[in-house]
Design a protein around this ligand. Sequence first.
Ligand code: F0G
Length: 482
Amino acid sequence: MSNVKFMSGENVPLEMHKVRMVQKVNLLPVEERLKCIEDAGFNTFLLNNRDIFMDMLTDSGVNAMSQEQYAAMMQADDSYAGSETFYRLEAVLKDIFGMEYFLPAHQGRACENIISQSLVKPGQVVVMNYHFTTSKAHITVNGGSVEEIIRDEGFKINSNDPFKGDIDIDKLKESIKRNGKENIAFVRVEAGTNLIGGQPVSMDNLREVSEICRNEGILLVYDGSLLGDNLYFIKIRDPKYRDIEIKRITREIAALTDVFYFSARKLGSARGGGILTSNKELYLKMRELITLYEGFLTYGGMSVREMEALAVGLEETMDFDVISQTPIMVEALCNELIASGVPVVTPPGGLGCHVDAMQFCSHIPQAQYPAGALTAALFIASGVRCMERGTLSEQRNEDGTERFADMELARIAFPRRVFTLSQVKYTADRLTWLYKNRELIGGLEFVDEPKMLRFFFGRLKAIGDWPQRLAEKFREDFGESL
Ligand code: F0G
């Protein structure tokens, strides 16, 4: 994607691709949208796609693929063992990342299962910039705990810091001293830090973290699921890397880590996952678990067709026009919202636009899930489905009390190369309307609350009749319009 200057002086995002296959979407009347979200227990995960206008729940497994990816899928080799497809993918990975060994897995969390089972002993801690829901769940299931050492800047909703995903080096040193290096299973760095607004990690920071880990003999595990966005920000925000090839930056990142894993539902715009390492001992240990949980080593639970698409998708990730698409669209939406006073995380990150529900719904107590309420309200107002990334996405403490999230965000994710600028403008318009009517939004309470990863299947109800009143106000303001 490119930002092209119009005659007016305005910088407008311009798609560097054309759309050659489309999917019809429906925009239901507001009364029906209200009924759908009630039926879904005010949980956007439980909506049916046929009732959704723009599905901005996630950028995972829903990215548009290129004609080259589809073409590659046709030449997949189905063999259970020794598939040509595996060797093709392995060669691409070796070329891009320069690591010795590749273990395929069916998706990102499967990699987290293998890594956590291999490396986390009960009582150990995993130190990281910030957790992701599934990464934390796998560590705790294996008896470990998570310690987050992101710089304080990472928690600031509004900041000018270009790399809010960076680890705080002082906190890292203090953590090693306090825990003792033998009690640290590994240090985990997450590219494009998901839960704090898709914020990138700088090369300088990764280099420093890597040096400390190597000096102390602690393994450095890198979650590269959002590497594409992170690479874009390194190119754009770090002058030292402006003229360095994306592939060279990628190699440099990989060389600083001991284990690199990724969800191929994000990185490479296909569906699957993988682990890379040059550590033979570790490779052999994890390999046993791959065959136990994922499948034989030459497919690891992935469809061979997806593996072919992934090989091409990874090569396309080295193209600036491809990786710039999402962050530039995110920035476009953020800028429209900022101009209308809607509180969003800044600087704009990768993967999506993050609306600060703590400010947007400042009248809703955290115990009534303001970010969850905002996602439900946005669906009523627009048919746009986004995701709660706040307290609902946390797990309760052992004693049953609520663990309040550091941030209450409504994440409006951008599937790569899927939505057009007019659709983005529509989202901005409805969100701005919602902001002007924010006092109408009320809280939520659980009706049915699963113990583990409750945000996936939990059902809630509105406290009071605010959803009805919101829908009525919409009708009043927009008349016959959808
Ligand atoms: N790590 C990060 C940083 C992720 O964002 C995800 C998934 C995973 C690991 C797990 O990968 O889904 O392939 O098992 N994130 C998706 C999201 C679910 O919507 O942000 P997976």
